[in-house]
Design a protein around this ligand. Structure first.
Ligand code: HMG
Ligand code: MG
Length: 303
């Protein structure tokens, strides 16, 4: 029997990864309400938006106002994604507690997503990480396309491990490995962690699974077996990447919490409140709830 972690830290990425790909624009008040609902549900780490070019991702153009208007819950970390120094400056100006830089394991995805090569992106992150550290702000790192790329197909775990190792050496305290395309399977996921753990201690690794092929929760479980204990997820299963056509949302936070509750693994999240947050944001967006638990909860909740 594998030993599973006793506690898992959830990084709620709904307000950023979730909303960055939405076709219909969401009112600022609904974004702010979402962040407040999530913190009230006990999510202690919320990626509230991104300071990227509004021409590239118009959905995130009002991240500064989101940061200005959210009610900061003590003990909650509000983070922002930043691609460069300009993004960092804005993140610091609007009081992001942490920032995240994002690289890829695929050259072609890197070009499409941030308009530069992997090596150039890492170079670009050096001053970002230095300036963030000087300001006392911790930096998380993402690697995208870790289990496949929409433009290149298969990606070798060695390549992922190399980029993750670079980000760790540059000063990212945690590296989140993203299955951007949502095409991974549990077997591939375990091989990925094997390679990544050879370069970065598992305590500094996190999993980020999109659910395009319905494998995200299985991949997350496979990751628990590899001692990974930090996962990114998105309320109501919102999400997608504008530069990964066809990729669907992140694994739903509600589904992750339900799974972990069932395994006796502590998350600190209040599931009924989280479900409410998911129902509300789905309504605001005028779309179905992407969380199976969110769908089932009202109708099928066991007595
Ligand atoms: P570029 O066009 O090469 O950059 O874009 P540039 O430096 O030439 O600047 C072009 C314009 O953008 C200029 O404005 C800059 O001022 C402005 P202009 O003078 O033309 O009016 N600009 C900015 N504006 C606001 N904030 C900034 C910023 N930087 C430049 N920070 C750039 C390069 C990186 C900026 C662009 O490609 C970009 O913003 N990309 C972001 C793409 C993105 O957000 N993708 C989704 C997130 S990644 C993801 O979802 C994957 C993840 O979830 C993990 C997973 O699932 O695997 C993390
Ligand atoms: Mg993502």
């Amino acid at each position: 029997m594998h030993r599973l972690p006793q506690a898992v830290r959830i990084v709620e990425v709904g307000p950023r990864d979730g909303l960055q790909n939405e076709k219909s624009p969401l009112q600022l008040a609904d974004k702010v309400r979402l962040c407040n609902d999530l913190s009230a549900a006990g999510l202690a780490y919320i990626e509230a938006g991104s300071f990227v070019s509004p021409r590239w991702v118009p959905q995130m153009a009002d991240t500064a106002q989101v940061f200005r208007e959210i009610t900061r819950r003590p003990g909650t970390t509000y983070a922002a994604l930043v691609p460069n120094l300009k993004g960092l400056e804005r993140a610091l100006e609007y009081g992001a507690d942490e920032v995240a830089v994002f690289a890829a394991a695929s050259e072609r995805f890197s070009q499409r997503n941030i308009n530069c090569s992997i090596a150039q992106s890492l170079e670009r992150f050096v001053p970002v990480i230095e300036a963030a550290s000087a300001a006392g702000v911790k930096v998380r790192g993402y690697v995208s396309c870790v289990l496949g790329c929409p433009y290149e197909g298969a990606i070798s775990p060695r390549q992922v491990a190399e980029v993750a190792g670079e980000l760790a050496a540059m000063g990212c305290y945690e590296i989140s490995l993203g299955d951007t395309l949502g095409c991974g399977t549990p077997g591939a996921t375990r091989r990925l962690w094997e390679a990544a753990k050879a370069r970065v201690p598992v305590q500094r690794l996190a999993g980020h699974f999109h659910d395009s092929y319905g494998q995200a929760l299985a991949n997350l479980y496979a990751s628990l077996l590899e001692e990974v204990s930090v996962f990114d997820s998105s309320v109501a299963g919102l999400g997608g990447c504008p530069y990964a056509p066809g990729a669907s949302g992140n694994v739903a936070s509600e589904d992750v919490v339900y799974l972990l509750d069932g395994l006796g693994i502590n998350t600190g999240v209040d599931l009924p409140r989280l479900v409410e947050a998911g129902v509300r944001i789905s309504k605001a967006l005028g779309r179905g709830n992407g969380s199976k638990v969110g769908q089932a909860y009202g109708a099928l909740r066991p007595a």
